[in-house]
Design a protein around this ligand. Sequence first.
Ligand SMILES: Cc1ncc(COP(=O)(O)O)c(C=O)c1O
Length: 353
Amino acid sequence: MKIRDIETPAILLDRKIMEENSRKMEEIICGTSMVLYPHYKSHKCLPIAQWQMAHGAGGITCAKLGEAEDLIEGGIPRVVIANQVVQPEKLSRLAKLAGRADLTVCADAEENILALEAACAANNTQLSVLIELEVGMNRCGAESFEEFYALALLTEEQPHLSFRGIQAYAGHLAHESDAKKRRETLLRIEKRVAELKRYLKERGLAVREICGGSTGTAADKPKDTVYTQLQAGSYLFMDTSYERLDLCFEHAMKIAATVISVKPDRIVTDCGVKSLTMDQFPPRYEAYPDAELSFSEEHTTILVRNAGAALGDTLFCIPGHCCTTNNCFGKIYLVDGDEVLAEWPVTSRGKAQ
Ligand SMILES: Cc1ncc(COP(=O)(O)O)c(C=O)c1O
């Protein structure tokens, strides 16, 4: 099958560029203490997670319990849920899942740790827990070393839980385009996390893992970083929002769209906000990089005079945010040049629970 035979809108993933992006990420972490735990939220596609495991990943990070269930069902042996799981029904699912693989979850509250223990005790399973440290994003996480220690100790005291280490994700820096500010802030966070590790050690608590990181900050990490798991996701695909950072990764993911109307001052495609998300940065059509775009649910209007496009032409669009755009589609077409190599399901699409 050729690209021109694909019904649009559709996601295309260029195999060679994906492999090259993966190789570049390997190069970035080579010689550091970090192992890549790619973030599943960027694709939600089991065949890609399996491909990443076959290409050097130590395990897979995900955001949702439903994603973790799909990953473990698909044979991924080590899964980190980089979030808190709180609802009673979910705790029971989580505890059952812990019996099937090496599963880690985050926590930042005493009440949650006790609930995790009760769920695992009821299912007679063991679960690893990362205590989250707040590092400037103003989201989840313990806000002082004292609070962190109390939570880590409580975890360690539970018969069905083990304290695995620190989750410290600096999401506020991932898209910071001021490179100096990004690097300096990142180094301050590294220092604080290293201090926390020492603080815990002095009190008898060993930190086995320090997890976090993103596509935007991976190359900024010092070679002697204290982090042990890098949770980057977008590096494999790329999007327009990461272009501003001048990273080494190339665009492997594009959306194919068809021209459905041609007017003297505009052309219209079959691809709107139900296929291209706008939460971070606007998408860009390759053939019309400077054109003003307007979007409705199922259309892009490209404001160009005498565009030279004909009805039925295929146009290629770089997504604004690869992670949310992947969640719009049921499958990803793996391509090489003109050729379609495979159709991969977006296995965990819509798995928000
Ligand atoms: C916990 C966590 N880790 C890592 C990432 C980084 O992802 P990316 O590399 O796509 O920026 C995210 C992004 O949302 C995240 O929430």
